[in-house]
Design a protein around this ligand. Structure first.
Ligand SMILES: [Zn+2]
Length: 370
């Protein structure tokens, strides 16, 4: 579908002829704008499954180019026992961990790697670690794009091993994540290789919006509330964009109230919604490792503001879901069952590691469903 990229800060328009991560005038984050309302109701190419059937609503020129590992179509399951305990008529979970690399990030990477492929990009740099790196490396391998990863973690770390198994080129860096980011940037400048930043990535967010499309298909009655785990905010933004489009074409009547869930030790977005100053405590940690992000991407790389209020997710979220509640903060020791109910992005599965019980199995949720 034809599109342009619009700066969220200064509104400058950019064409789609090159891969763009930021505004070339002010450094602001970009948003994708299509030349027509997305054909949400279309079924995509004949026989397509998962995300690929939504190709006509995505920033992809030819659906035949779609890079897929079978992502999308994750199940929605009732959590009857926990819902009853919480006094809710209906509590559902959408199981994003049933994704090819075990993370919701597969949706975003399917789209952004397809865009890389369509633009003829042969290699891309990213941090080699975590769910994001594993997912991106896997889709690059699928597309025949060389993944150049920079790693600071122990080589025996399961995620790093999984990334290595995709055939990635991995550079070891002595130091912490910050040193790794600096090394990746230097390598990019010297080699001319694209340095990927998925958290600021408009293409990635378009992939995330397909969660909203699927919810609209899977449920007869739209949810009143959706609780979204928030680290960088790409999932929140994606779901918001998806429902905006569904409303625009009349498929859904109203925007569900979107709740951003953060761990109490990492709550920059919650604090911003509350108008509070916040910074991470030294040595802070959380079992919800996927959302332990103290600094979501600002709306402009040259912004002087250090407040997460400038997080790309926040202004839009506030503007359109003004009745949205501030996020709850989940402290596992005190709210263990609640956290399980919300299913805060469980650590993605390493496809090469011995299988451990699923978080939901540990919580007994699958027993209830089955
Ligand atoms: Zn700009």
């Amino acid at each position: 579908m034809a599109f342009e990229l619009i700066c969220s800060r200064c509104a400058k328009r950019h064409d789609s002829l090159s891969y763009r991560l930021a505004c070339d005038r002010c450094g602001g984050l970009l948003e994708i704008e299509y030349d027509a309302a997305p054909a949400v109701g279309s079924r995509g190419p004949a026989g397509a499954r998962g995300l690929r059937r939504f190709a006509s609503t995505l920033p992809i020129k030819d659906p035949a180019n779609f890079v897929t590992l079978g992502e999308g179509d994750t199940p929605v399951v009732p959590l009857e026992g926990i819902g009853s305990e919480l006094g809710l008529d209906r509590l559902l979970a959408k199981l994003e961990y049933i994704s090819p690399t075990g993370a919701f990030k597969d949706r975003g990477n399917a789209v952004q790697v397809t865009v890389l492929k369509e633009l003829g990009i042969k290699a891309a740099i990213d941090i080699a670690g975590g769910n994001a790196g594993h997912s991106f490396a896997s889709y690059c391998a699928r597309a025949g794009i060389k993944f150049v990863g920079f790693a600071y973690e122990d080589p025996q770390h399961p995620k790093l091993q999984a990334i290595a198994h995709t055939g990635a080129e991995i550079h070891r860096v002595d130091g912490d994540r910050k040193a790794c980011v600096a090394a990746a940037r230097m390598f990019s400048e010297e080699s001319g290789t694209l340095n990927m930043v998925y958290a600021r990535n408009a293409y990635f967010i378009e992939g995330q919006k397909t969660i909203a499309y699927e919810i609209a298909e899977q449920l007869d009655v739209m949810p009143d509330h959706i609780v979204v785990p928030v680290g960088n905010g790409s999932l929140l933004l994606g779901i918001w964009r998806g429902f905006k489009e569904l409303i625009k074409v009349g498929r859904v009547k109203t925007m569900p109230r979107l709740h951003a869930a953060q761990a109490s030790a990492f709550q920059p977005l919650v604090a911003a919604l509350d108008g509070r100053d916040w910074s991470a405590s030294p040595g802070a940690g959380s079992v919800a490792v996927g959302i332990t992000n103290a600094a979501p991407p600002p709306s402009a790389s040259r912004s002087r503001s250090t407040s997460p209020i400038s997080c790309q997710a926040l202004p839009r979220y506030r503007d359109t879901a003004s009745d949205a509640a501030a996020s709850s903060e989940l402290e596992p020791s005190a709210e263990e069952r609640r956290q399980r109910a919300v299913v805060v992005q469980p650590p993605a599965r390493d496809l090469n590691a011995p299988r451990e019980p699923d978080p939901l199995e540990r919580a007994g949720v699958l027993d209830e469903v089955g």
